[in-house]
Design a protein around this ligand. Sequence first.
Ligand SMILES: Cc1cc2nc3c(=O)[nH]c(=O)nc-3n(C[C@H](O)[C@H](O)[C@H](O)COP(=O)(O)O)c2cc1C
Length: 207
Amino acid sequence: MTKLLFVSGSLRAASSSTATCRAFIEALGARADCNLAEIGSLPLYNADHDGGAPVAAWKDAVEAAGGLVFVTPEYNYSVPGVLKNAIDWASRPAYESVFKGKPCLVVSVSGGALGGVRAQSHLKYILHGMLADVFPCQEVVIPHAPKKVENGVLADEAAVSFGTRALETFIARVSDDVRPGVRSQKPAGGQFPGSVREIPRMAERRA
Ligand SMILES: Cc1cc2nc3c(=O)[nH]c(=O)nc-3n(C[C@H](O)[C@H](O)[C@H](O)COP(=O)(O)O)c2cc1C
């Protein structure tokens, strides 16, 4: 079964980002083996140290995951420092880190109307810089998210169902063994959500 590691960009207990992770994990049920990353115990990045056990555990979790699902708020028009700190720890050696080729899906939330779309764009740029395989789909953005949390879970049926469709396609892509950029598998019985293009496999294109 596909192993997905969810990474919330917010540490607070009542976080709508973490509540969104929980809603997606619930919605996926047995379709994926989902875990929520613990990045709150990571020290601040310092290249003089290896960061000890929390950093080793975080890197191992990224490496073991078939795909990463980031759900992040926007802080001051960009990615929260805690999330960037976690990414920085796992980003070495440059271009050869555990992020290289790692399928990543990005979701953003916000208290405001824009759904954290600027943070989403910045995070995708950061992931590209580590040669991660950033999943192309319609942007999953969740505005006014804190108002939609009930009992620690995002209670917004439309947003959860839209995001879950993207996740289903992501899972199909993660479990597909062809190279990034030439994947052509469709989700069972459905269309790709959004702008995912069907690109013929290399062998088909040469034929
Ligand atoms: C330090 C800080 C900076 C913020 N900057 C932005 C911002 O640039 N854009 C935005 O839409 N919301 C911003 N917000 C509001 C967040 O979207 C809102 O607090 C959200 O609920 C945080 O995510 P969480 O619920 O997962 O903790 C900011 C909040 C904080 C605490």
